[in-house]
Ligand binder design. Structure first.
Ligand code: COA
Length: 347
């Protein structure tokens, strides 16, 4: 019998010959725009309060009467990513849709997206991890390709939080924040093994579930909280607690990921962070002394779009030529669950 491996020993895995690249990106946006001025007419709030506390000026929301939904945004997002990648839908081996707003409990929204884009018999499933959904799905898709079992995977982040909002004064602390959107990427295997994820993390702390939750029955409320039926179907959030969690977690997550990869902040070309609150983003930027153009902010135009937030940023950066092959880019997210995670790429 061989001697047990010392706990401190590092097991070196053979370096795979497969690399993974982000071959294309796309987005899908709903038709309606909801400005702070619109919200002023619906609840007791002001443009000044919203901009000062969150940095949000406007957000996009679905026109439900016209049939707009998670599926109707996610489908063009994946189509756009395929076109950008110059990859035919029939080449997709798998479609992952990160969402907390599936159309129905069954079927998975990803199956319908796959059918809409013409992905044939590709596997398809939804991944539920709130605002971290896209980053978690990205990590999983990367590793499935790296492992050699799959070659091309579509990863979508799509959410329709406007369906869960209370747009009265009662819900103003939450309803001003969220918007609807979808973003997608197509990942594919390549023969340069240096391309792909350099470091990643996925964390959760279920004890924090009660800080962001969507009750639909009186049994969904934490002990001590009035299970008021008027809250059913409306996202409940302890804004101040989540804010504190985010301000602490965000920098730690960035540092943890840099440490895993053995990199300094200066060696990362772009930080693509979940857009939750402009103040949280600015705090993280200051902590690492990053120049303004290295941590992208578009929350002013879209609000917090949950799983769509990171791919929406990525697509805008790629379209503007600010994120390109050869760069190192870190994706970072946190949200309901509570969850937090990262993905640092050599593009
Ligand atoms: N307009 C005007 N006043 C508002 C308001 C609004 N839309 N929402 C809340 N207020 C009021 C509150 O009623 C409260 O009034 P009071 O002091 O008279 O009781 C006051 O503003 C302060 O409320 P508070 O909730 O403490 O504000 P805040 O500074 O924490 O800002 C958030 C609220 C939601 C903007 C902030 O907590 C936040 O961004 N949290 C993080 C949320 C997040 O990132 N969630 C997503 C995770 S993925």
């Amino acid at each position: 019998m061989s001697a047990p491996t010392p706990a401190t020993a590092r097991i070196e895995l053979p370096r795979g010959r497969v690399g993974v690249r982000i071959a294309g990106s796309g987005i899908g946006l709903p038709s309606r725009t909801l400005t702070n001025a619109d919200l002023e007419k619906m609840m007791d709030t002001s443009d000044e309060w919203i901009v000062q506390r969150t940095g949000i000026r406007t957000r996009r929301v679905v026109n439900r009467e016209a049939g707009e939904c998670t599926l109707s945004m996610a489908t063009p997002a994946l189509r756009g990513a395929l076109a950008d990648a110059k990859i035919d839908a029939t080449e997709l081996d798998l479609v992952l849709c990160a969402t907390m707003c599936p159309e129905m409990a069954c079927p998975p929204t990803a199956c319908r997206i796959a059918a809409e884009v013409g992905a044939g018999r590709a596997g398809a499933m939804d991944i539920s991890a709130a605002c971290c959904g896209f980053v978690f799905a990205l990590n999983m898709a990367h590793d499935l390709i790296k492992g050699g079992a799959y070659r091309t995977i579509g990863v979508i982040g799509a959410d329709t939080l406007s369906n869960w909002m209370d747009y009265s004064t009662e819900g103003r602390g939450t309803a001003i924040i969220f918007g609807d959107a979808a973003g997608a990427v197509v990942l594919t295997a390549c023969d340069d093994p240096s391309r792909g994820i350099l470091a990643q993390s996925m964390h959760a702390d279920g004890a924090g579930w009660k800080d962001i939750f969507t009750p639909t029955s009186r049994h969904h409320f934490p002990a001590g909280v009035d299970p008021d039926p008027r809250k059913f179907g409306h996202l409940q959030m302890n804004g101040a607690t989540v804010f504190k969690f985010a301000v602490g977690t965000f920098p730690n997550l960035i540092q943890e990921t840099l440490d895993k990869a053995g990199l300094t902040p200066e060696q990362v070309d772009m930080f693509v962070c979940h857009q939750s609150n402009a103040r949280i983003l600015h705090a993280a930027r200051e902590r690492f002394g990053l120049p303004e153009d290295k941590l992208y902010v578009n929350i002013d135009r879209y609000g917090n779009t949950v799983a769509a937030s990171v791919p929406l940023c990525l697509h805008e950066l790629r379209a503007a030529g600010r994120v390109r092959d050869g760069q190192k880019v870190m994706f970072v997210a946190f949200g309901g669950g509570l969850t937090w995670g990262s993905s640092l790429w050599q593009l």
